[in-house]
Design a protein around this ligand. Structure first.
Ligand SMILES: Cc1cc2nc3c(=O)[nH]c(=O)nc-3n(C[C@H](O)[C@H](O)[C@H](O)COP(=O)(O)O)c2cc1C
Length: 114
């Protein structure tokens, strides 16, 4: 993971620029979904900027978005609170940081009842 400790790395530059919106390579249509699981790694305490590209470019109004993340130790709260304040027409759940076994992931998803 040496790219994470390099201040000139692409991911660090993107994270230091709050207006950065890296392009998403593939077209993703969310039209036919009411519930979307949004998964990402924590980079410098927050979601990678490309997640904001996704949120900016899709009309998720009225949809439920369920964030989940992996991280070394940081929580998911900072990223979810940013989502909630900046995309107010979307129903974000509090989400979950996953640092767990496959069974714990399955139990979490099943327990949500979506
Ligand atoms: C650029 C970069 C920044 C990161 N920043 C954080 C951080 O602030 N807090 C943290 O707990 N983990 C951080 N990580 C670790 C990633 O969240 C972790 O590598 C990712 O969730 C994938 O998990 P894995 O390495 O176990 O596959 C960072 C990783 C990278 C590449």
């Amino acid at each position: 993971m040496n790219y994470s400790s390099n201040n000139n790395s692409r991911c660090t530059k993107e994270q230091n620029d709050s207006s950065s919106r890296p392009a998403i390579a593939n077209n993703i249509s969310t039209d036919s979904y009411d519930v979307i699981y949004l998964g990402y790694p924590i980079w410098w305490g927050d979601s990678p900027r490309i997640m904001l590209t996704f949120l900016d470019n899709h009309n998720l109004s009225g949809k439920t978005v369920i964030p989940f993340c992996t991280s070394g130790s940081s929580g998911i709260e900072t990223s979810v609170s940013y989502f909630k304040s900046n995309y107010k027409d979307v129903n974000f759940l509090d989400g979950k940081r996953l640092n767990v076994s496959k069974n714990e992931v399955i139990n979490w998803v099943n327990g949500l009842n979506y």
